[in-house]
Each structure stands twice: as C-alpha cells, then as structure tokens.
Design a protein around this ligand. Structure first.
Ligand SMILES: Nc1ncnc2c1ncn2[C@@H]1O[C@H](COP(=O)(O)OP(=O)(O)OP(=O)(O)O)[C@@H](O)[C@H]1O
Ligand SMILES: [Mg+2]
Length: 225
C-alpha cells in the first residue's frame, strides 16, 4: 500500500566552510494513515533535517517527498503552504508558542491563516480538553510549564484536522510521567486515523507506536533493540 507520506531516498547536503556533508543520507520511509512511526537518534544526527523535509519546510538536495501521492516539492510555495496548513500538523522542536498570545489564541492561529468557516472556538476548546489543559486557555505561554507548553503546541498542530502529525522531540526535557502521557496521546491520535511521525532521542518512547527507526549520522535504519 502506498503511504500517506513517502520519503524517497532523501538526501540533504549542508556546507560548512570548505567542507560539505550529508545531514540526511538517502533516507526512505513510508507512513500510512493510522500509523505511529518514531525515529530514534542521538543529538545532531539529522532528525530535524529529515522531519523538515518531510513536512514540506526544507527542500531536499536529492530524493522526493510524496504526500497523498503528490511530489510536494514539485508544487509552488503557495501550494505547499496551503497543503501544509490543511493537512500536516507540525510540532516544532523546543518552545514554539507565540508569547504575546494566549494559549487559546495560539491554538487557533493555524485556522486563521487561510479562509475557513466553522466553529473555531468550540474546536479549540475540545482540543485543549483532549490534551488536558483547557483550564489554561486564557494563560500566556510564560505562565506554563514545559509539559503544558508542549500540550498547547500539540493542540495547535491538530486544529485544522491534519491527516499527518509530525512532532520533533515532543517529549524533550519532560519527566517520565509526562512523557508517557504525551506518547499515549499520540497513540490515541493515530488510533483515530491520523498518521503520526515523531523523532526523539529518548529510549523510553520505544514502547509506543507501530514501528521504530534509528537514525545515525544521516542514515535511517529499522531499529533493533
Ligand atoms: N542550515 C544548516 N547548515 C549547515 N549545517 C546544518 C544546518 N542545519 C543543521 N546542520 C547540521 O546538520 C546536522 C544535523 O542537524 P539536525 O538539526 O537535523 O540534527 P538533530 O538530529 O535534529 O539534532 P538534535 O537532536 O540536537 O535536535 C548537524 O550536524 C547540524 O549541525
Ligand atoms: Mg533536532
């Protein structure tokens, strides 16, 4: 079966001074609807670079990204933005909420980037409840813990009902219990039919998801314990 997202021999070459190197080296991966895929890799191994290429944010040096069977880097920038806003939820690495907006407004922002109709307030509250922080709707990011900020970013990524959710180290710097709760949340999101792709450097995320890959120096391999 063709995946919802297909990464086909993706390579990203970076140059640093005279030296060039492949941060990602011919990585291939397929993510089907309802599947939860995680990629495990240590610091600086090309995880963010790979995710950004898969999310339509970074053009690969070689290889192709297919979403719903379409080569996304064959589209123009406007069409890529529209596709991403509509169909791909993205949780960036680290703190990514806008500090001058409440949690509620942060969650709503992707909804307002393109013209839409419907009950945005109701949707936002349902999502805040789902991630367990509806009591923080009127708070500002600086008033939240790291785990609460991460939950808000996850709610934001889901506001447009994406078919694919991509998260970059969604449990980085969180305690074991919060990590387990967030991983269970991703499992539930995948069970609802959304494809989930995450990268992490934490071994305690291994018990979740359908399939785990390991990333080492730009190479993607099936994970073996
Ligand atoms: N724009 C860039 N130009 C040059 N080198 C870069 C660029 N972005 C990333 N790199 C390098 O590419 C390699 C992979 O970076 P990347 O951010 O993908 O790693 P990562 O696995 O996400 O790391 P971390 O776990 O710290 O988030 C690193 O050596 C990094 O320094
Ligand atoms: Mg990274």
């Amino acid at each position: 079966m063709m995946g919802l997202l297909e990464l086909n021999e993706l390579t990203k070459e970076y140059k640093r001074g005279e030296r060039s190197f492949n941060a990602v080296n011919r990585a291939s991966l397929s993510v089907a609807p309802g599947y939860f895929i995680s990629i495990l890799g240590r610091r600086g191994r090309g995880k963010t670079t790979l995710l950004n290429m898969g999310a339509g944010l970074l053009k690969p040096t070689a290889g192709a990204v297919f979403f719903e069977g379409r080569d996304i880097y064959g589209l123009n920038d406007k069409d890529i933005s529209f596709l991403r806003n509509k169909k791909i939820g993205y949780v960036p690495q680290g703190q990514s909420l806008l500090s001058n907006f409440t949690v509620f407004d942060n969650v709503c922002i992707p909804w307002f980037l393109f013209k839409r109709e419907g009950d945005i307030e109701g949707r936002a509250f349902i999502l805040l409840e789902k991630v367990g922080i509806s009591h923080l709707a009127a708070s500002y990011p600086k008033e939240l813990s790291g785990g609460e900020m991460r939950r808000a970013a996850i709610a934001r990524s889901l506001i447009n009902e994406p078919r694919l959710l991509i998260a970059d180290e969604p449990t980085g710097d969180l305690d074991a219990q919060t990590t387990a709760e967030i991983m269970k949340l991703f499992s539930a999101i995948a069970a609802g039919g959304t494809a989930v792709l995450i990268v992490t450097h934490e071994l305690d995320t291994l018990n979740y998801g359908n399939k785990t890959y390991a990333m080492d120096a730009g190479n993607l391999l099936p994970h073996t314990a």
